[in-house]
Design a protein around this ligand. Sequence first.
Ligand code: AMP
Ligand code: ZN
Length: 460
Amino acid sequence: MNLKIYNYLTRKKEPFKPIKKGSVGFYACGPTVYDYAHIGNLRTYVFEDVLKRVLEVSGFKVKEIMNITDIEDKIIAGAKKAGKNIDDFSKPYKKAFFEDLNKLNIKKSWKYPEATKHIPEMVKMAEKLLQKKIAYQAKDGIYFNISKFKSYGQLANPKPSDRKDFVIWKYAKKGEPFWKSPFGPGRPGWHLECSAMSMRYLGASFDIHAGGVDLLFPHHENEIAQSEGATGKRFVKYFVEGEHLLVDGNKMSKSLGNVFTLRDLACRGFNPIAFRYLALSANYRSRLNFTWESLEAAQVALDRLYEFIFSLHQNSSFSSRLTLPRNSGGSDASQKIKSFGLNFQKAIFDDLNTTKALAVIWQLIKDYNKSASRRTQKYAPKEVLSALYGFDEILGLGFKNLKAKSPSEIALKLLKERERARKTRDFKKADRIRERIRRLGWQVNDTPTGSNLNPVTSHD
Ligand code: AMP
Ligand code: ZN
């Protein structure tokens, strides 16, 4: 099956065909490390991860790059305020970024280039643009002359008043970090950073450039102008951009107090993967409205999926001892699994329709449960498990990690977490964890000497 993906260059869903057979060059704009990543940023990283996984499952060798913007106005301002140099200031945020990726099961990229380590490439590109007279020197820096680049606006088609020359190299200001260059000390503009780093590792032309929709203009438009201006070659074949996450219907902003990080979610007792589930429940090209209730619903759904997988484990070891080997491709149930698999694939390969793909999983579970209560045509738990593992290669919800664990082990771990929350008098979190434990089939008993677990009975 061939992937279809929405390309912002043509504003159409297109069949994906890489420039070079068998491999994909993929650049995703990474974090600006002046703060922790918020859940909007993370939504975008999750969708990019799904895209990378789909390409890998399709058999491509994916060279994915996610850059780290570690020199930029907000970083300079933040470092100044904190009384630190930019490296010391951004270090904890870089570290936290990788922790977040890990907690969300985001597969490692091929490389994570940092802007401050690629200044020579940026300087070289600025020199080239100057030589070609597409860029010029002004009082405060070097600017790109958009009138010298005929196809300016090809990606975002900005209105005339937004079409402005833009800075590619800013001359040093007092008290700010700077690097030497043939045209004077200074620092790169943000757009130049991404042009230089992507081409350094992926060449002048590559397949996919991704980010959130806010990057369409001016960031990606200006990247195209600089890169194509410098090389004379087409920069990127597919621009793939994810829609935004809103919180309670609003744009996240510090003044509204609605900028949440993965740490905020964990503090309230949620599994970070529940956020991944929530992100997958909407298609990447639709806005996603985050509310605590929607996260709660995602956590419940995820717990149910895990529970289902536990039960398959129990049943599959049992049945493998007791049943005779099945004829391959024989039963109706096997055929059904195949057709669910096909529907899953169809959904995902149609511009990453994760909403539909999750729905297919729930249909399979429903059908399994229905057939389990009948005498004939039962699904083989092992076959269902292996189908789910296959789906999870793309969804990344951690189905395989559950292999060695049982609900009781998880419940005990959660119980410890709940005790820690109670010690710090975080009762909201403690209550939420109690609910999660309950869904795993255990009732928490608080006694003067500590807490313990009893199995939930029907009248609990
Ligand atoms: P930044 O760290 O601001 O450079 O952004 C990192 C990534 O997050 C970029 O791809 C942005 O487009 C994306 N992004 C920023 N805000 C949101 C949001 N509210 N929802 C989804 N993605 C976002
Ligand atoms: Zn970028």
